[in-house]
Design a protein. Structure first.
Length: 150
């Protein structure tokens, strides 16, 4: 289902490969690094406010598209999942994919951006996306990375 999802604000999947227990997803090439690099590891100047607002808007558009398609796939959205294409436009990648355990719960890969209810129950609910989007907005406003202890 995720493979069929296409949008100008997403890093679209091109193909996949499965051999034995190995799986590989192939996505569009994004040559201009991650939001994390531009926001937290800048060398010359901080990310301009105009671009921060553009990132927030483009992420919201991507999440709205996923929601309109009935996919609640972002539960641990973060600055590492936002990539910049050849034109410098921000796009969402990775689709918040999680590993499912044998007990039926799913586990996040980034605790700093993971909603509290997800940590308690191991389940993604619609509000999980809103919480994760809020953590990225906090990153954009503060220009600082949220420590895992918060």
């Amino acid at each position: 289902m995720v493979g069929n999802l296409r949008h100008k604000r997403l890093v679209n999947l091109i193909g996949c490969c499965a051999e034995g227990d190995e799986r590989l997803l192939v996505a569009e090439y994004m040559p201009n690094d991650t939001l994390s690099k531009h926001l937290f590891h800048w060398e010359k100047q901080p990310l301009p406010w105009e671009m921060r607002l553009r990132v927030a808007y483009h992420i919201a558009q991507a999440l709205e598209h996923c929601n309109a398609q009935g996919l609640k796939i972002y539960h641990d959205l973060n600055a590492y999942r936002v990539l910049f294409d050849e034109e410098g436009d921000p796009r969402l990648s990775s689709f918040g994919l999680m590993k499912n355990s044998r007990d039926g719960k799913s586990y996040s890969t980034n605790l700093a951006y993971t909603p509290p209810e997800f940590l308690r129950t191991g389940r993604v609910i619609p509000e999980s996306v809103v919480y994760s989007y809020g953590t990225v907005l906090l990153d954009l406003l503060s220009g600082k990375h949220i420590p895992p202890s918060h």
